[in-house]
Design a protein around this ligand. Structure first.
Ligand SMILES: [Zn+2]
Length: 91
């Protein structure tokens, strides 16, 4: 919860919108920053594998358009669909 204390996540919600772009869910405790292009694993490697590293980088770079807000449910659904898609491509 370090990122919360430093106010980064509220600033990110202030820019990208305080609700899930898929379903409109708006409890910030279950909202996450989603990498639109599914390159979160690469981004986390660059900035340190913590939410704080990711959030600090987003703020430092002036809120680039590569991010969006999803709720935990929509994020999980996206991850599973992406995973299923990649697994099919491998076969
Ligand atoms: Zn949602």
């Amino acid at each position: 919860m370090v990122a919360w204390k430093r106010g980064l996540f509220p600033r990110i919600l202030g820019h990208y919108g305080p609700r899930c772009v898929q379903c409109g869910f708006d409890n910030p405790l279950a909202l996450v920053v989603d990498h639109v292009k599914d390159d979160g694993h690469l981004h986390r490697k660059q900035v340190g594998n913590t939410p704080y590293g990711v959030y600090a980088d987003i703020v430092r770079r002036g809120f680039p358009p590569d991010f969006q807000i999803l709720c935990a449910n929509c994020n999980t659904i996206k991850l599973r669909l992406t995973y299923a898609m990649h697994n099919q491509e491998d076969k």
